[in-house]
Design a protein around this ligand. Structure first.
Ligand code: ZN
Ligand code: ZN
Length: 228
C-alpha cells in the first residue's frame, strides 16, 4: 500500500493506493478544495478512481471537498451514524475546548467567526458506520473503527499493517507534553485516551493525522503511560 499526504493550509487529507484502487481519508476545508484536487492529481490519482472517501468526523475542515468529489466523480462517502446528518445538511458544529487555548478558540469559532467560514457543500453519505466495518470490498485490508473523543462520532481507519488514520483523535501540533498529539477540542479527554489505547491494542504502529506530520504510534503509548 502506498500512502500520500495531501497538504492543505493547516489540514491534511490522506490518500492510500493499493492494487490500483484508491482510498481518501478526509477532504479539507471548503476553501481548500482546489488544493485537495491538486494533491489528488499530484499523487497520480483521478478522483473517479477513489473507491471510498472516509470522513473522520463532520467538522468543516474535514468535509470541505466531500460534496464536490461525490457530485463530480461519484465518490462514495463513509461517515459515522451520529455525524451523518451534519454531512447531509451542511451542519455547523464546534467541539468544546479541552484546554484554555481550545476554550478560547471554541468561543471565537462560535461567537466571533463569520458563519460563512464554516459553510460547506452537503453530501449524502453512502456507508453509515456504527461500531466498525471492514473495507476489503473497497480494495483495502483495513477496518473503519468508531473512536470517540474528539467528537462523539469520530471514526479512524486502521490497516492490517498498523497504519492509523485517526482524523483529529490524535494530531501533531507545536504544543508541549500531551498536547503535542491531543486535540485542543473534543467531547472528552477520557474518551480520547480510551480510543488511543484501544487502537494501540489493535496494532496501530504509525499515525497519519489530519493536522500536522505523521508520527510513530509509540508516542501515543508514551503519553498514555506518562499520564500528563
Ligand atoms: Zn475536528
Ligand atoms: Zn480538524
Amino acid at each position: 500500500m502506498n500512502i500520500f499526504r495531501v497538504r492543505m493550509p493547516r489540514v491534511n487529507a490522506w490518500l492510500a493506493e493499493s492494487g490500483g484502487r484508491w482510498l481518501l481519508v478526509d477532504s479539507g476545508k471548503p476553501k481548500t478544495t482546489g488544493a485537495l484536487l491538486g494533491g489528488i492529481a499530484a499523487a497520480g490519482c483521478a478522483p473517479e478512481d477513489i473507491s471510498l472517501l472516509i470522513i473522520s468526523h463532520a467538522h468543516y475542515d474535514h468535509v470541505g471537498g466531500a460534496g464536490r468529489l461525490k457530485r463530480e466523480a461519484g465518490v462514495p462517502i463513509a461517515i459515522h451514524k451520529s455525524e451523518a446528518d451534519l454531512l447531509r445538511t451542511g451542519g455547523f458544529k464546534i467541539s468544546d475546548g479541552l484546554n484554555g487555548l481550545g476554550r478560547v478558540r471554541a468561543f471565537l469559532g462560535r461567537h466571533v467567526a463569520p458563519r460563512r467560514m464554516f459553510a460547506f457543500e452537503p453530501a449524502e453519505p453512502d456507508i453509515i458506520i456504527d461500531d466498525e466495518r471492514r473495507v476489503d470490498d473497497f480494495g483495502f485490508a483495513a477496518t473503519i473503527i468508531h473512536s470517540p473523543g474528539h467528537s462523539m462520532g469520530s471514526i479512524s481507519l486502521l490497516t492490517d499493517d498498523g497504519d492509523l488514520f485517526p482524523g483529529d483523535l490524535a494530531i501533531t501540533q507545536p504544543l508541549p507534553g500531551v498536547w503535542a498529539h491531543m486535540p485542543i477540542y473534543g467531547s472528552s479527554i477520557q474518551d480520547i485516551r480510551r480510543s488511543w489505547r484501544a487502537l494501540l491494542e489493535r496494532g496501530a504502529k504509525h499515525v497519519y493525522p489530519s493536522h500536522g506530520s505523521d508520527f510513530p504510534a509509540k508516542e501515543l503509548e508514551a503519553l498514555l503511560d506518562s499520564r500528563t
